[in-house]
Each structure stands twice: as C-alpha cells, then as structure tokens.
Write a protein that binds this ligand. Structure first.
Ligand code: IPE
Ligand code: IPE
Ligand code: MG
Length: 255
C-alpha cells in the first residue's frame, strides 16, 4: 500500500528532472549527428528506410524538448555531402524525409515558436526537398524561439574550401586584406555564420568520429557519444548528455 503511495508518476519525474537541468547552464547550441538508422532497421529485418522513417519521430521529440529547455540552436546532421554514395533508392527516400517531416510537424513548429533554418549545399538538393525546407524557413521566419537548423547536404571540408575561395576573391577585389583575416572573420565565410559554435555535440550509434561535420566550429565543443541507435534515442538520453555537459569544466585553453 505504501509502495503505491510512494510511486511518483514517470511524467512527473521527467518534469522534475527537466526543471533541475533548466536551473543550470543549458548548452546554447547543441548539434547532433543522428546515426544508426540503417542498423536499427537491419536488427529488425526491415529495409534501411524504415530506420530513417522511425528516426523522424525522434527528431520531433528531441526538438520539442530542446525548445522547452530554451536551447538557442539545435543543429541536426540529416544528410552529408558523402551520403550521395548510397544506393539511389535510399538517397531518394532521404530527400523525401524533410517534406514528410514538415508536412506533419510544421504546424507544431510554428505553434511552438521554432525557427527552421538550413545549412548545406543547395545546388544538388532536389527541388521538391528544397521547396519544402524553404517554405518552412519562410513560415517560421517571424518566430523568436529555438532555431532548428537542418544540415542537409552539408560537408565541413567543402564548406571550408568554399570559404577560402570567397576569401581569395574578396582579397583580389580589395574587399579584405590579409591582416583582416581573423578567426572571427573566417567564421563569417562559413555556412554557420549566423550561429555561434556548438557547445555540445551528440553522436548516436557508437561511432566515435565526426564524419565531416563542423570541423572548424567544433574546436572547443564538448563531445558526447552513445551506443544507442538514433531511432532508439529518447528524452532521457538527451537529458543525460546535457547533465554530463553541465558537469564538465570548459577551459578553452585557460586554467
Ligand atoms: C543516419 O543513419 C542517417 C543518415 C546518415 C542519413 P545511417 O543511415 O547512417 O545508419 P547506419 O549508420 O547505417 O546504421
Ligand atoms: C554521418 O553519418 C552523417 C549523418 C548522420 C547525416 P554517416 O553514417 O554518413 O557517417 P559514417 O559513414 O559512418 O562516417
Ligand atoms: Mg551511419
């Protein structure tokens, strides 16, 4: 009988945990390498695309929680410049996902004051995909809440090379000179120019690598890895990562 009394509902425990975490330093920019969709599907003898579909629901859950925590920017690595190497059917499906996601969840994002943004090379992205993302960006432009930034056809090396090309061009045209080129100015040539560097990077699926993600921006980012596959990722794990972040001492080379 007492046991029944003492039992605190799960939702209440989660709420308490969120309130405790909120009272401390929340990483302002969180970036996630959402990995492991294919393996999640394979484990269930399903086609890889079933894993991508399942992963979409997790995107929604984590977005809502991050927004609730007052995270400033959530960047999600959705498709890399290397992912074109995958079978055509899988690539086609991945390029349909943003539309599918936004079809269902855009109203909720608008309602929750989330601003949708995108980084990545637009040229190769199919029109239908780009249109859906651009509509979401336009529809949420006036929102003032969390930025939900999709890294779509994003690759850090290409981003850096393109930045260097633009810098050379601007130098030739006398817009900048060699001595102007600082850390801050270089950052302004990157696709992430509107965002500050990530405070916390999460990667799922047990791979301990960056896979060409934000190589410049991540210089002093706190890294957090989990073996859990993206479709199995959840609120509690996201909070684990933030709690771990809150325990770390960021020195940026100082003492
Ligand atoms: C992450 O899952 C999604 C994308 C890279 C688009 P994967 O598709 O890479 O899944 P695994 O790593 O093969 O399990
Ligand atoms: C990184 O995952 C890219 C995304 C999550 C979009 P990959 O599955 O492509 O990375 P590798 O190939 O394991 O390094
Ligand atoms: Mg992978």
């Amino acid at each position: 009988m007492f046991q029944k009394w003492l039992k605190i509902p799960k939702a209440e425990l989660l709420h308490k945990r969120i309130e405790r975490i909120k009272s401390m330093d929340i990483p302002s920019h969180i970036a996630i390498i959402m990995d492991g969709n294919g393996r999640w599907a394979k484990k269930r003898s399903l086609p890889r695309i079933a894993g991508h579909h399942e992963g979409m629901k997790v995107v929604r859950k984590i977005t809502m929680l991050a927004n609730d925590l007052h995270v400033d920017t959530l960047t999600l690595y959705a498709f890399s410049t290397e992912n074109w190497k995958r079978p055509k059917d899988e690539v086609n499906y991945l390029m349909k996902l943003p539309e599918q996601f936004l079809d269902v969840y855009l109203p909720e994002l608008v309602e929750n004051n989330v601003q949708v943004r995108m980084i990545g090379i637009k040229e190769q992205i199919p029109n239908h995909t780009l249109r859906a993302v651009e509509k979401a960006i336009a529809d949420t432009k006036e929102n003032t809440g969390m930025v939900l930034n999709f890294a779509l056809n994003y690759g850090s090396r290409l981003e850096i090379l393109n930045a260097i090309k633009s810098i050379i061009k601007d130098a030739k045209n006398g817009i900048i000179n060699e001595n102007d080129l600082t850390d801050e100015l270089f950052s302004q040539y990157l696709m992430t120019k509107d965002f500050h560097d990530p405070d916390l990077l999460i990667r799922t699926s047990g791979e301990i690598r960056l896979s060409n993600f934000m190589l410049w921006q991540i210089a002093y980012t706190e890294l957090w890895f989990t073996d859990v596959l993206w479709p199995d990722f959840n609120e509690q794990l996201f909070l684990d990562a933030i709690e771990q972040y809150q325990k770390r001492s960021r020195r940026f080379g100082g003492i």
